[in-house]
Each structure stands twice: as C-alpha cells, then as structure tokens.
Write a protein that binds this ligand. Structure first.
Ligand code: PMP
Ligand code: GLU
Length: 399
C-alpha cells in the first residue's frame, strides 16, 4: 500500500502525544506529574454545563447550519464589540470544531501550493503541520529570547519573499507566553500592508494576560482599518472557559474568506457539535466571574514556578506575560551524561525526566527549539509544587 506523501510527512501533535502517554502512565499506577498539554484544570463553569444539559433535553441535538447557529454568531459579535471594540456581522463569523479547525479552514482557503506563511519560532506545534498539510510552506521567524522571542521588523524583512501570502501572530503566545504591545502590533500591521499580506491572528489566550489585567486586549485588527480588513482572528472557548473537550472555536474577518471557509467545513465536518454550540453561547454571554478567578490563580502559579526555576544555577526562564506556559532554558544540561546517556537535546532531557522523576514536559524540539522544554501551569498548585520540586532535585546534581 502506498500512502499519500502528505500523510507520511505529518508528525503527530507532540503536545497531545506526550500528555496522553503520561496520562496512560498515571492510569497504570505511576505517580506521574503532567506539566504537558495546555488544558486548564478547572471544571467548565456550572452555568455552561447546565445549558448543555438543557440543550440535550430540549432536543437541540440535530444538524445545525454548517457554519454554526445564529445565536452563537450573535454572541461572538457581542463579545468582539464588548471586549475588543471590533464590529463583525453575521456573515463575517464562522463557528468550527475548535480553533484548530478554524486554522485549518483558513489555510485551506488562502494557500495555493508553495505559498508561504510567516510563523513565529518557537512555534505552536500545529502551525507548521497545518500549513504543510495544505501544501503551503511555513517560514520561521526566529525571535531572540531577550525580546521574548517576538517578531521585530528586521527579523520579518529577512524572511519575506515574493511567495509570502500571510503572516501569523499569536499573542499571548504558545509556547513562549509573550504578549505583543500596541507598537509592535502596529509594526506588524505596517509590514503586512507594505507587503500586501493577510494576517492570521490567533487570539485564543486573550484573557490570559497577567501584566495589564485591567487594560483591554489589543488585537492587530484594532490598529487600523487596513489591518482590520486583512486580518482573520482565530478564537475559541477551549482555554477561556476551560472547555477543551467541547471543541468550539470561531473565526472572524473578511466575508468572502469566511464564506469559503464555511463551504470547506460543510464538506468536511458539517456543523460543530450542536450541544456545545449552545453551551458556548452561555460561555460568551453569561457571567464572566469564573474567567477572572482562573486567571488570578494562573498568575500565582506562574510567579511560583518562575521564582523556583531561576533559583537554580542550571535552569532559567523568563517571566512570561501571558498564556499559561513557561519555556525553561535547559542549555546547561545539554552534554551531561546520565546513566550512560548523553543529553543532546530537549527530547533526551524530557525522556530522562519522565523516566527518572516521572514529570512530563513538552520538549522544545516540538516548537523548533532544542534547548528548551515547555511546562504548562494549567494544572493544580499541588501538582506544580511537586513537579517543580522533582525537576529541581533532578538537575541539582549537575549544577
Ligand atoms: N491556537 C493555539 C495557540 C493553541 O495553543 C491551541 C491549543 N489548543 C489552539 C489554537 C487550538 O485550540 P482548540 O482547537 O482547542 O480551540
Ligand atoms: N494547545 C495546547 C498545547 O499546546 C493543547 C494541545 C494541542 O492542541 O496542541 O498544549
């Protein structure tokens, strides 16, 4: 049997793979601490769960319009007006099975074979794979750790080519936690205008911003009418409302692009889950207290980890401004020999950490950087304390 070239090239999502492997270890009785996938440990708030139960009992369990129910599009429009001062009409909104499907739909819609998309490096694992799956070419813009790995104009000018079709931004960022300021967004908007690029703005971590909690989130679509017109915003309820398993994401932007995305979706998955759509209406329209509680808790966790890791002489990390990840620099561990095995990269480090002290982290190689591992602090403080203690005890001997 000859398989498609594409399927043979695609790698499984390392974030999901490491996490499910570690969950299985735990199930089999190992005392494993999972600092892997970015999945909030909070339960989905009760008001949202109740609406889902009601939707089932009311028989709202049939096909819906492929691009989502009007009630949810209305709630999305309201959210953008309330939170972002951005106006979108019904025809500029699509509801999908997670933000991941929104990204897939948009790449399918805008890319022809060989078209390039600039993505930040370190990158979230799925960006390059999604782009390659539709025969596009991911082009990596590698930021400096000193500058929180963010895009700068020289870095972007260095990677632009006649084939560049779009630039992707993700703020707050997975895996670095970096948050772009208004000036930086204005620079990217100007870069996109100068080179006539589309902007794909993944804003899924919007609410996880720990430095300017009372300030409104600035989307690149806020910068100018030009940036508004060339931006597709990717969003979802997975993180904000602890609804990772419900699979609801949404995208907004240019009407023509959204309608093409909807046509693709109508042939691939049809509508996203009907019950989850009604629950998402409640998530966006209902009481937002749970979001504040979760974000405050995450901030405490971040501060705890950053302090402990930087207390070691062998590991280091920057204090991320947003999302719920920390990139730990493991450069000083590279080359060390443990039980006859040399640690050559982040995969070796992660494997030995799991084997020796049963802590699961995501190797930076999954994000394009070998001398880092990513930990997620979307897990309980007890888990974090134990996990960090084990990591520190493990590296102590090598200081
Ligand atoms: N974008 C980023 C940056 C992410 O980290 C994730 C992780 N889940 C997604 C998109 C996809 O989210 P979902 O499909 O759960 O909505
Ligand atoms: N986005 C999360 C992460 O990076 C969840 C897993 C995934 O979808 O990749 O851990």
């Amino acid at each position: 049997m000859i398989f498609s070239k594409k399927s043979e090239k695609v790698l499984p999502s390392i974030t999901l793979e490491v996490t499910s492997g570690a969950k299985q270890m735990k199930k089999d009785g190992a005392d494993t601490i999972i600092l892997g996938a970015g999945e909030p440990d909070f339960n989905t708030p009760e008001n949202i769960r109740n609406i889902a139960i009601k939707a089932i009992n009311d028989g709202l369990t049939k096909y819906t319009p492929a691009s989502g129910i009007d009630e949810l599009k209305l709630a999305v429009a309201k959210k953008f007006k309330r939170d972002n001062d951005l106006i979108y009409s019904n025809s500029q909104i699509i509801i999908s099975t997670g933000a991941k499907q929104c990204l897939w739909n948009v790449f399918e819609t805008i890319l022809n074979p060989g078209d390039e998309v600039i993505i930040p490096k370190p990158y979230w694992v799925s960006y390059p794979e999604l782009i390659r799956l539709v025969d596009g070419v991911p082009v990596f813009a590698f930021g400096d750790e000193e500058n929180d790995f963010k895009y700068t104009r020289p870095i972007l000018e260095d990677v632009i080519s006649s084939k560049t079709k779009a630039i992707l931004i993700n703020t707050p960022n997975n895996p670095t936690g970096a948050v772009y300021g208004k000036d930086e967004l204005a620079m990217i908007a100007d870069f996109a205008r100068t080179h006539d690029l589309m902007i794909i703005s993944d804003e899924i971590y919007e609410k996880f911003n720990y430095e300017n909690e009372n300030e409104k989130y600035t989307s690149i679509a806020n910068i100018s009418s030009d940036s508004y017109n060339r931006t597709i915003i990717i969003q979802g309820v997975s993180k904000t409302y602890s609804m990772t398993g419900w699979r609801i994401g949404y995208a907004v932007g240019n009407e023509k692009i959204i309608s093409l995305m909807a046509s693709i979706q109508s042939h691939t998955t049809s509508n996203p889950n009907s019950i989850a759509q009604y629950a998402a209406v409640e998530a966006l329209n209902g009481d937002q207290t749970s979001v504040k509680i979760m974000v405050n808790e995450f901030k405490n966790r971040r501060d705890y980890i950053v302090e402990r890791i930087n207390d070691t002489n062998i590991l280091s990390c920057k204090k991320p401004k947003g999302a719920f990840y920390i990139m730990i620099n493991i450069s000083k561990m590279l080359g060390k020999v443990i039980d006859g095995h040399t640690i050559n990269n982040s995969i070796d480090f992660s494997n030995i950490l799991l084997e020796k002290v049963k802590v699961a982290v995501i190797p930076g190689d999954g994000f394009g950087v070998s001398n880092y591992v990513r930990i997620s602090y979307a897990t309980s403080m007890d888990n974090i304390k134990e996990g960090v203690k084990r990591i520190i005890n493990f590296v102590k001997d090598y200081e």
